[in-house]
Design a protein around this ligand. Structure first.
Ligand SMILES: [Zn+2]
Length: 204
């Protein structure tokens, strides 16, 4: 079962600030990884299956957020992501997680359905790839990217992709950009100190 499946990192958690896996992540439930399905892997290489899953999740998030660009849309997008992961698992693009799962798994998939599943991406748009590959944006303290009022155009970590926006939304009404930037640079400087403290010198 899933224990031997190739794994990929969760496309939402890998884009959270500091890449922390969130126990309430609608995609991985805090495990931080997705297990690729044997059905799709019997037809395509792991990199293709992994990308197909990511494109599908990106498209599902984009459609849900486009339907309702509000806080209610966010709730819809999170629900749509849960359903999408269950769909991908049912058709063999993803494998069931080896430990106890919360999403339903139907092991009755036929040998042909994985092929349909890898083509589950009629929703995929060429821009999805660019958005998924884009690096996060860091803002200056004086910039106000979240000033639009409704849904922020970026995730909390500054990612443009819709998966990150759905799973890691910035609070548009929360602290201003300056507060965020200062808090983040404080964490980064503490992290550097911590990393230096645990470094074992290679040559004395
Ligand atoms: Zn996750």
């Amino acid at each position: 079962m899933g224990g031997e499946s190739p794994r990929r990192s969760c496309p939402a958690c890998v884009r959270r600030e500091a890449a922390l896996a969130d126990p309430s992540c609608p995609i991985c439930h805090g495990s931080g990884v997705l297990y690729l399905g044997a059905g799709a892997l019997s037809i395509y290489p792991a990199a293709t299956v992994s990308l197909a899953a990511e494109y599908h999740l990106e498209a599902v998030s984009r459609l849900a957020l486009a339907a309702s660009p509000t806080a209610a849309g966010l709730a819809l997008a999170v629900k749509a992501l849960r359903t999408a992961v269950a769909d991908l698992t049912r058709v063999g693009v993803l494998a069931a997680r080896p430990h106890k799962g919360r999403y339903p798994v139907d092991r009755q998939w036929s040998p042909t359905s994985p092929a349909d599943a890898a083509a589950l991406v009629p929703l995929h748009e060429p821009q999805d790839g660019a958005r998924l590959a884009a690096a996060p944006l860091s803002f200056d303290p004086s910039e106000r990217p979240f000033a639009t009022g409704i849904l922020p155009p970026f995730s909390a970590a500054g990612y443009l992709c819709y998966i990150a926006r759905a799973a890691d939304p910035a609070d548009a009404m929360g602290p201003g950009t300056a507060v965020r930037v200062h808090a983040r640079s404080r964490r980064e400087s503490d992290a550097r100190l911590l990393a230096q403290a645990v470094v074992i010198p290679q040559e004395a």
